[in-house]
Design a protein around this ligand. Structure first.
Ligand SMILES: Cc1cc2nc3c(=O)[nH]c(=O)nc-3n(C[C@H](O)[C@H](O)[C@H](O)COP(=O)(O)OP(=O)(O)OC[C@H]3O[C@@H](n4cnc5c(N)ncnc54)[C@H](O)[C@@H]3O)c2cc1C
Length: 462
């Protein structure tokens, strides 16, 4: 096949994983191409502000384009190894922490330096919570977070784009259609039937491109393992109950291993004075939560998620999660809400019972119902135990008035077998970021890009 052009490195996807690979490699005498199926950053921002843009363009623009899935997020950089991915499965935690520090420095260099880092204060109070948590069999993991804010996040991505101008070729609004491999060697990519050759291929297509990616690598005969699926509920209670935690740290995670099943259960995404919201995943309605800077509710919400990894012969955890979420949709027409007291007594919540409760739901459209008709016994038992343990550090968490909304589910892309430098079994073919199923956040996705960029430079220096 004759190549239109030959590059040293082709990078698929201009999310943080792809951008950080390019930042490492720029100005090192290599010919580099980034291919991004969404819009370039300035066009992308313009589309997001254009109310007349076609609805399908606006939807695609949310997760596709320069900056990737989190380009319009408020850019919380989690500077802790315990959050945002599983890169510690591929490298020692100390090395990952070095990379996280390095990534933070890069974000600072491009415009994030004066943004506040949360989590460095209140050391004594954090130690106190940790002690109480440990006594209740809970592991309390506070996060250090640099909060960029949506506007600064956009500026940083624009500065990175401008820095790379002239140093790498950038094809926006262009999707890679196929990967090209021959006799176990990576050769390049096909874009609209045109062949672009390369010596190194870095695939960073994000969650959005993961299905396409799985299809492509399966054709190459590469082996994938299924990831865990996290299923649970969003919990809502008076904000005062959790102030012992939320006043001390911006974001934290509590982990518990259930006595009944030894399952790993964690809290996720705590929103002080926040709101519970519906999330539409291609028509499947699940629950999520968020908080505003200026609009406050009286409640705090967070997720309790049970992690389940399946073994042989089952390979479809995402299908399993969707099946359970769909049951809630069938029974409740969408998200179901239930008082913890009703959940424990084995009866449904009715509008009257919710009305009599002490916690006012911030998602009034959720249907009062019975989550025991939806969640497997194992998940119900795990959630019950988690709330009992939580009550030890936040008295009132296990109140009969606490509200449970279901179903909350987190799906992760399948994982390829990768080496410690994130290389597939095919030499010089790397798979990184959320699309490879190994990261779940901006910082670890960026750190994956750094890892591969540095490895390519190391090989080139030989
Ligand atoms: C609304 C939202 C808010 C978030 N907020 C935060 C946060 O505050 N903090 C945090 O740490 N994380 C956050 N995240 C998660 C974070 O954005 C992701 O973990 C991160 O962007 C993953 O980076 P990535 O480079 O692996 O993939 P992505 O960012 O998804 O980028 C992949 C890119 O590849 C492109 N692509 C896909 N297929 C192809 C193809 N065939 N050819 C060419 N291009 C292709 C896509 O268009 C996309 O732009 C948020 C995510 C969302 C959706």
């Amino acid at each position: 096949m004759k190549a239109v052009k030959t590059y040293d490195v082709i990078i698929i996807g201009a999310g943080p994983a792809g951008i950080f690979t390019a930042l490492e490699l720029a100005d090192k005498g290599l010919d580099i191409l980034i291919v991004e199926k969404g819009q370039d950053i300035r066009d992308r921002i313009a589309t997001s502000l254009n109310r007349d843009a076609k609805p399908e363009d606006r939807v695609r623009n949310v997760v596709c384009g320069w900056g990737g899935a989190g380009a319009f997020s408020d850019g919380k950089l989690t500077l802790t190894t315990e959050y945002g991915g599983n890169l510690d499965d591929y490298m020692p935690k100390a090395d990952l922490m070095d990379k996280i520090r390095y990534v933070d420095e890069v974000y600072c260099r491009f415009g994030g330096a004066d943004r506040k880092v949360y989590g460095d204060e209140n050391k004594d109070r954090i130690r106190d919570i940790k002690r109480k948590a440990a006594a209740a069999d809970l592991s309390f993991i506070p996060a250090r977070i640099r909060h960029l804010g949506t506007d600064v996040n956009g500026q940083i991505l624009t500065h990175m784009r401008d820095f790379l101008e002239g140093k790498v070729d950038i094809m926006a609004d262009t999707a890679v259609d196929h990967l090209v491999e021959d006799a176990g060697q990576i050769k390049g990519v096909l874009i609209k039937d045109q062949f672009y050759a390369c010596r190194y291929l870095v695939s960073a297509p994000g969650r959005e491109g993961s299905e396409w990616f799985v299809h492509e690598v399966t054709k190459m005969g590469l082996h994938l393992t299924s990831n865990a699926v996290d299923i649970g509920v969003r919990v809502e209670m008076p904000a005062e109950v959790l102030e012992t935690i939320t006043d001390v740290v911006y974001e934290s995670k509590l982990i518990y291993f259930s006595k009944s099943f030894d399952d790993r259960i964690r809290t996720f995404c705590m929103n002080p004075y926040g709101f519970v919201v519906e999330e539409n995943n291609d028509g499947l309605l699940t629950v999520n939560g968020h908080s505003y800077a200026h609009k406050k509710s009286e409640n705090t919400n967070f997720a309790i998620l049970v992690s389940k990894k399946f073994t042989e012969p089952f390979h479809e955890p995402i299908k399993y999660g969707k099946y359970i979420a769909n049951l809630a949709n069938i029974l409740g027409g969408g998200v179901i809400v239930q008082r913890l007291g009703d959940f424990l007594d084995g009866r449904r919540s009715t509008p009257e019972r919710i009305q009599r409760g002490l916690v006012r739901p911030t998602m009034p459209k959720a249907t009062p119902g019975d989550l025991s008709l939806v969640l497997p016994y194992r998940h119900m038992q795990d959630i019950k135990e988690m709330l009992e343990a939580l009550d030890a550090i936040a008295p009132g968490a296990n109140s009969r008035h606490t509200l449970l909304y279901g179903v909350e589910a987190k799906f992760y892309s399948n994982r390829l077998e990768l080496s410690s430098v994130l290389e597939t079994k095919i030499p010089n073919f790397f798979a990184i970021g959320d699309g490879a199923g190994i990261t779940r956040g901006l910082v670890q996705a960026s750190a994956a890009g750094v890892t591969v960029g540095q490895e390519i430079l190391r090989r080139e220096a030989k």
